[in-house]
Design a protein around this ligand. Sequence first.
Ligand SMILES: Cc1ncc(COP(=O)(O)O)c(C=O)c1O
Length: 381
Amino acid sequence: MTSDLIPCQRHLFDLPEDVAYLNCAYMSPLLRAAVEAGQAAAARKARPWTIRPEDFFGQSERARSLFAELVGARADDVAIVPSASYGLAVAAANLPCPEGARILLLAEQFPSNVYAWRELAGRAGAELLTVPRPADGDWTRAVLESLDERVAIAALPHCHWTDGGLLDLAAVGARCRETGSALVLDLTQSLGAWPLDLAAVQPDFLACAGYKWLLGPYSLGYLYVAPRHQGGQPLEHNWIARRKSEEFSRLIDYQDGYQPGARRFDMGERSNFALLPVSIAGLEQLLAWGVERIARTLAHRTAEIAARAAALGLSAAPAHLRAGHFLGLRFPGGLPEALPERLSREQVHVSLRGDSLRVTPHLYNHQQDLERLFGVLQASL
Ligand SMILES: Cc1ncc(COP(=O)(O)O)c(C=O)c1O
C-alpha cells in the first residue's frame, strides 16, 4: 500500500538540489528546525544570565521523555549519554560475567560494541563468541544456534551496520530469557527508522548514538536501562545525578542517594544547553512522522533501488533478511575502479565497504537522487 507512505520531506532539510545524500547510516543531516534550535541555543550561552537553574532539568527531561516514547519505555528508564560506547560501558560495568562465560557478538560488529566486551572478557576471564556471517544471510538463526546457557551476555544490534542484515530481536530476547543471558543492544543503526517492540525484546540495556537515525547532533545519545538494573553503578559521579540536585543553594549537603530511575547513569554535564534542543527537534519530528511509517517508506525506497540494481547485475540481501532502511549492494566482479571518483564528482554520497556499496536513504531523498545514483552506476559498470 503506497498511500500510507510519507511523501518526500526534503523541504524540511537544507540539502542542495545537486547533492544526492544517500548515507544516513554515516550521519544524518539536521532538520532546518534543529539547526534553528541549535543556533538559538548556542546564542543563549552568550548571555548566561538567561540560562536559569530550572533549565538544567527541563530540557533534559523533555529529551528523556521523547526518547522514552520512541523506544516504548518510561522517561525514568532513560539516561542521557554522549555516545553508544558510553552506554555500552555502563552495561559492561553492571552485568555479571563469570569466569569461563561467553559474550556473544556478530562477526564484523561495529567496534564500539566490541571493545567494551573484549575488555570485560579480559578482566573477567570470559571469552568472546563471535557468530560468523551466515552464508544464507539469516543472522537470527545463526545467533539462536549459538545462544545457550554458557552465554552470559549477548551484545547485538538490530541490523548489521555494514549491510542492514536483520535480527529478529523478539526471538533473541525470548531465547536470552530461557538461557539466563543478559541482552545488550546497540540500536544506533536502527532506532528511529526501524520499529522496536521493547516489551517483546526486554533488553537489559539499549544504547543509541543520536547523530544518525535519530536526526540529532553529534555527542548526544541515549541509554535505556531496564528497571532491574537501575540500582547499578554509574561510570561518573556528578552532582546533578544525585538526590536534591535541584536545590542549587544546598549542593554541598552531599547526598548518597540518586535521582530516580536511570538518571544516575547520566553523563557529567548532561544538561547540554547547546545540543539538547537540537536532539529534541529531531526526536519530535520522528515521533510526528511515526517510526512505522518511516520504516515502510524507506523499505519501499530501498526495494526500488534493489530492483533497479538487480537489473544491472548487483545483488542485495532479500527484503525479509535486511532492515528496510538499509541496503548493501554487491558487485559481481568487485567494486568498479572508476566508481569512487564518479560518485564524488557527481555528488552522490554513499558508503563503500569492501566490494559492497551501502545505500541508506531517508525521507529527504527524492527521485532525482536515485537517478543520479543510477547514472553513476550505469556509467561505471
Ligand atoms: C552500529 C554503530 N554503533 C555505534 C556507532 C557510533 O559509536 P559511538 O557513539 O560509540 O561513537 C556507529 C557509528 O557508525 C555504528 O554504526
